[in-house]
Design a binder for this molecule. Structure first.
Ligand SMILES: NC(=O)c1ccc[n+]([C@@H]2O[C@H](COP(=O)([O-])OP(=O)(O)OC[C@H]3O[C@@H](n4cnc5c(N)ncnc54)[C@H](OP(=O)(O)O)[C@@H]3O)[C@@H](O)[C@H]2O)c1
Length: 286
């Protein structure tokens, strides 16, 4: 299959690129210097030259704090960009995989979210991503929205700069006398490599609609840090930070656990327990 990866040098895009290549797909890497998903004419030109069977869109405007200030840019990147690709999916006949996020939910459910739970974002980023999902689902006949959450990969997120959570904990654990992490926010930490493998697995099916693709089972950020320290053999004291201890500018969901319900129903779920993914990731890093 000819697969165009938009955001191929990003955290998730780089692992998608390597896994799809490994599985003998022809991968066309489309980075921001050759395509801007906000520009419909440019997308039309680039994608008509490439003629992909499948486009995987990982591009997003997703610095959550900046989205609150640069709301137009956020809407352009996350909503109108998705709409452009959805329009071209119909016009040019490619399948569209569009990456979305747990931030479309408020987090108040306090039980794993299913794909058809009502979205209720608590910030601008979540609103723009929810809008992008609606555009894709209402326009592109052959599309799949894939929600991911708490992701980490060997090439850290470009939009956020610097470290992912795992590498940050390794750094702090080696440099600080004490590390403090919150225990009241829950996630399913997911390596981008696992998402890439899951997408390649889905690509052999005709799955459309909206699916969740996150690691199995959940933990608090504190428990995640504990496991990182345990595997890495870090002995620095790790303590629970109180709610409100770290200044947060933008509201975020406190509960971000997603159930891979659609994948399971279709016999396609290959996501593993978050601890196994972490062990593999750290075996490459340490
Ligand atoms: N990171 C997280 O914690 C997280 C959590 C849940 C969901 N997600 C979702 O996962 C996806 C991938 O995230 P990631 O961590 O891999 O992000 P990333 O490392 O920042 O990669 C995003 C890629 O998209 C490119 N891009 C940004 N805007 C673009 C545009 N308008 N047109 C074309 N390319 C553009 C970026 O290029 P430049 O850097 O050169 O601009 C970069 O290559 C996003 O859809 C995000 O919403 C992320």
């Amino acid at each position: 299959m000819k697969v165009a990866v938009i955001g191929a040098n990003g955290q998730l895009g780089s692992d998608i690129t390597s896994i799809f290549k490994e599985q003998n797909h022809q991968v066309i890497e489309l980075n921001h210097d050759v395509i801007n998903i906000v520009d419909l004419d440019l997308c039309k030109k680039v994608l008509s030259e490439v003629q992909p069977d499948l486009v995987i869109n990982t591009a997003a405007y997703h610095n959550v704090d900046k989205c609150e200030i640069e709301t137009v840019k956020a809407f352009e990147g996350n909503a109108l960009g998705a709409r452009n690709l959805a329009i071209l999916s119909n016009e040019q006949g490619f399948k569209l995989y569009h990456i979305s996020t747990d931030y479309v939910f408020s987090g108040s459910k306090q039980a794993p979210y299913l794909e058809d739970d009502a979205v209720c974002p608590v910030n601008v980023y979540g609103n723009t991503k929810a809008s992008g999902e609606f555009f894709v689902r209402s326009i592109a006949a052959n599309s799949l929205v894939i929600r991911v959450s708490a992701i980490y990969g060997k090439n850290p997120c470009r939009a956020k700069g610097g470290n992912n959570f795992v590498n940050l904990m390794l750094k702090l654990g080696n440099e600080k006398p004490e590390v403090r992490v919150v225990a009241h926010e829950f996630v399913s930490p997911t390596p981008t490599m696992d998402i890439a493998r899951q997408l390649a697995h889905i690509a052999s099916s005709n799955l459309t609609g909206i699916c969740h693709a996150t690691s199995e089972s959940q933990c608090s950020w504190y428990e995640f840090a504990q496991e990182i320290f345990r595997i890495a053999g870090i002995k620095t004291p790790l303590n629970i930070a109180q709610p409100g201890e770290f200044a947060v500018n933008t509201p975020r969901p406190f509960y971000s656990v997603l159930e891979n319900n659609l994948l399971k129903k279709n016999g396609l779920n290959i996501m593993r327990d978050w601890r196994e993914g972490l062990k593999d990731y750290l075996s490459q890093q340490l």
